[in-house]
Design a binder for this molecule. Structure first.
Ligand code: SF4
Ligand code: SF4
Length: 626
């Protein structure tokens, strides 16, 4: 932290301390604030009301609260997907000069999966049809969501038999969720949670999967690439520009404009322009361009305190308003760019894909201007921590499938099935979400990942957990032998060999941003269909070990619909209702095959996740003899 800022403001961990003790009704999902007779604090426990003023039970209140969280998450991812769908449509119409289709193979693969065929070989015609199918999923013109075709058929049919089926539009799904959960409306906890699962499913396909699919079409599928992580990637003598948020639509053009404006930066006295990534915009640029991963969302304020950051460019989601306070003590420009996202203290540069190059040029120029301001200040310290770790990122599902095919051309999933049967691989856990200051002090993610690796469970990471693991060195193939159990290490060496690498794949696989949780879903689907095993029987689980956002709850709901065990820490907002807790941790097993695991202690979480995947692994081979 540079001296001009020490003691002058608070960071997230300070504010968390001030927030203690947190309200047990809020934490436990027993607080209802949806009408002006409340707030009502209801509980099945000893202290509090057992009914709200309207008569709502703790089960009704907790189920409504969870449903609203999931709807908010679905709305976030769907709005993210809508942006790239509209960009693709404009590309197809010939209306956007800054963008084109960089991955026609992905376009064809997505179109084929959706059953879309063009009449000619014209790439733009196919792109237009795919974009229209995407936009239809916001309008509800079809019988069901088009993107639901990207779900494993077997699990989709299984859920349909249970009466779980999203509406034809993700926007309608969100609107219905808000309506159903208003005061004096749907009050049955089971019925409410069934709606919540449908919202999670809509998110999984018309949010996450659509977002990733179309971003790959426009910007290309990731391939493994070496990069570096942590605040040490900032450079004292360069113009440091950090892109923060979730969307690659602006940041991809900023990469180009940073190259174009290198001479201007040198003229301003800098050695060049150093573009780095924060949060999921960082993951998007890292996995496609190898741009360094400077900081996760919880460290964004810390990045400003180095005194080295000249501009922080914000697009959407997870951009904490506390950044606006921190920049008051610095020369750093916080630039918001999405017209519906404003932050006190920020300057706004309105971004429009139609004027992408001019907008990105202006943003980079503001970074250069801020660098000049930094250099002109008489007493201004720059203190960049000497922390940077090597990381291999961009291990997409398609790359994994290519490697498996190289290892076993006749039956690409055979190496996975064989490793599971031999116990070299006990299972796979998708570890996702954000770093929560509540869990950071206990190194929850690091302890969980080291414990899983030692037990021969493969972690696949996305989102800001990807930053945490990169900073810890877990994405470095040089650490595979040290961190992975013997069996898993052998598997990673064999796959590295099949991939033509000099050594193993890294012990933890970085699969991208939060919308790229869809890549984990696609990999699970490929294994399920290749091995002819339902997803709800595969030794695969999900974990948000430092849960923060409603978006992560929604992703978890989607994983539950795939039939996966889903771990969260902190525990979900449901402890004040015994009924909702029982439904989520037990009853759901008979409905989707998935269930919630609630463990805040790292060792207990490791035990629970290893037991969850190993139970399925053993059942798989006992029952099928595969
Ligand atoms: S009861 Fe609800 S509104 Fe009141 S402090 Fe707790 S969480 Fe906040
Ligand atoms: S809807 Fe019922 S439980 Fe909720 S605040 Fe109003 S009276 Fe209280």
């Amino acid at each position: 932290m540079s001296s001009q800022t020490e003691g002058e403001y608070e960071l997230p961990e300070d504010r968390l301390e001030e927030s203690q003790p947190q309200c047990p009704f809020g934490v436990g999902g027993g607080c209802c604030r949806i009408c002006y007779m409340g707030p009502c604090r209801v509980t099945d426990g000893a202290h509090g009301m057992d009914r709200g003023v309207c008569g709502a039970t703790p089960g009704t209140v907790a189920a409504r609260n969870l449903y609203r969280e999931i709807a908010a998450g679905a709305a976030s991812h769907a709005d993210h997907a809508r942006e790239i769908a509209e960009v693709l449509e404009e590309i197809a119409d010939g209306g956007l000069s800054a963008y084109d289709i960089q991955d026609p193979e992905k376009l064809e693969a997505v179109a084929a999966d959706l059953g879309i065929e063009a009449e000619t070989d014209d790439e733009n015609e196919l792109a237009k049809l795919v974009a229209e199918a995407a936009i239809e999923d916001f309008q509800g013109a079809g019988e069901t969501l088009n993107w639901l075709d990207r779900m494993p058929d077997e699990q989709r049919e299984f859920l349909e038999e249970q009466g779980i089926q999203p509406k034809p539009s993700v926007d309608m799904e969100v609107a219905r969720a808000m309506h159903r959960t208003t005061q004096g409306n749907d009050a049955d906890p089971v019925h409410l949670l069934s709606g919540a699962l449908e919202a999670g499913m809509a998110d999984g396909y018309a949010g996450l999967t659509m977002g990733t699919d179309l971003q790959d079409v426009v910007f290309g599928r990731p391939q493994p690439v070496e990069t570096e992580a942590n605040l040490g990637t900032l450079e004292k003598d360069q113009v440091n520009i950090a892109v923060h948020g979730h969307s690659p639509v602006l940041s991809e053009i900023i990469v180009e404009m940073a190259e174009e404006l290198e001479p201007a930066a040198r003229e301003a006295g800098a050695e060049g322009i150093n573009l780095v990534g924060i949060c999921c915009t960082g993951n998007e640029l890292a996995e496609r361009r190898g741009i360094p991963l400077a900081a996760h969302s919880t460290q964004a304020e810390l990045a400003v305190t180095t005194g080295a950051l000249d501009a922080m460019v914000a697009d959407i989601q997870c951009i904490w308003p506390g950044i606006g306070d921190v920049i008051e003590c610095h020369h750093t420009k916080l630039l918001t760019t999405t017209d519906y996202v404003r932050i006190p203290g920020a300057e706004h540069v309105s971004f429009d894909p139609e004027t992408a190059e001019a907008d990105a040029r202006e943003i980079v120029q503001r970074g250069i201007d801020a660098y000049e301001d930094r250099n002109s200040r008489q007493e201004y310290d720059v203190e960049i921590p000497d922390e940077r770790a090597s990381a291999m990122v961009g291990i997409s599902e398609d790359y994994v499938l290519e490697v498996l095919e190289a290892a076993s051309p006749e039956d690409p999933v055979a190496p996975v099935v064989d490793a599971l049967e031999a116990g070299q691989l006990k299972g796979i856990v998708g570890i996702v979400g954000c770093p929560n200051p509540k869990q950071r002090t206990a190194d929850m993610t690091e302890r969980l990942i080291e414990g899983l690796l030692a037990e021969n469970v493969l972690p696949i990471v996305t989102g800001c957990i990807g930053h945490v693991t990169a900073q810890a060195g877990y994405l470095d193939p040089a650490r595979t032998d040290e961190l992975a159990g013997d069996g898993l290490s052998e598997v990673l060496h064999a796959l590295g060999n099949a991939a033509g690498l000099d050594g193993p794949l890294p012990p933890v696989w970085h699969m991208g941003s939060c919308v790229d949780n869809s890549r984990i879903g696609n990999l699970v689907r490929a294994i399920s269909e290749g091995a002819d095993v339902p997803t709800r029987e595969l030794p695969v689980a999900a974990s948000a070990p430092e849960l923060i956002a409603e978006k992560a709850v929604s992703i978890g709901a989607w994983a539950l619909t795939l039939g996966l065990p889903v771990h969260t820490a902190p525990t979900l907002h449901m402890d004040q209702s015994e009924e909702v807790s029982r439904i989520m941790t037990e009853d759901l097993k008979g409905i989707t095959g998935g269930y919630a695991i609630q463990e805040e202690d790292p060792d207990a979480a490791i035990d629970a996740l290893v037991a969850a995947v190993d139970e399925r692994r053993l059942a798989l081979f006992d029952e099928t003899g595969a």
